[in-house]
Design a binder for this molecule. Sequence first.
Ligand code: IMP
Ligand code: MG
Length: 183
Amino acid sequence: MQGPFGETRSVLIRRGKIEQRVRAVARQITKDFKGERVHLIGVLKGACIFLSDLVREINLETSIDFIAVSSYGRGKESSGQVRVLKDLDSNIAGLNVILVEDILDTGLTLSYLLRILRQRRPKSLRVAALLDKPSRRLKPVEGDYVGFKIPNEFVVGYGLDYSERYRNLKDVWVLHLPEEPNH
Ligand code: IMP
Ligand code: MG
């Protein structure tokens, strides 16, 4: 299967497996916050599919909000710069916040978000990430709820993009790009 950049892809995690893990993560959250309300904050845009599936499997009182940050340009590498593009709609003081991420990579985005959200005094602050690439970490941050640990490969699908493409794929795929000429 070849795309417009000469890229090919191969499946890494099938939809059935994703569904199973999302359900298991939701069960754990339901157990950990028994009798309480959880406020899910999705990091746009990558986390939107994961959050939509996750929240429907959580058996508690829930609310959701979204935040958008920029750190990646159009391609595969992080610029290392994080900036808030769209802030939360509402105050999180006193809430059990679960920050929902598509993937934990270098940890730059997450450590920045945790820092600014902590200043707003939530009752608790945890992290749910569908995917985790531990080998890429530059900042010492971890997910409290992780779907899958994956090797150091660039992946797309289930919300994750390459230049805004492929977010709609139901499985998670490894993207193989053609060799870049100047490297
Ligand atoms: P971090 O700040 O390096 O941890 O990067 C986090 C963000 O980079 C994620 O929320 C994704 O949007 C993006 N990202 C990191 N790795 C991948 C990947 O393999 N595929 C698609 N997006 C990725
Ligand atoms: Mg992205």
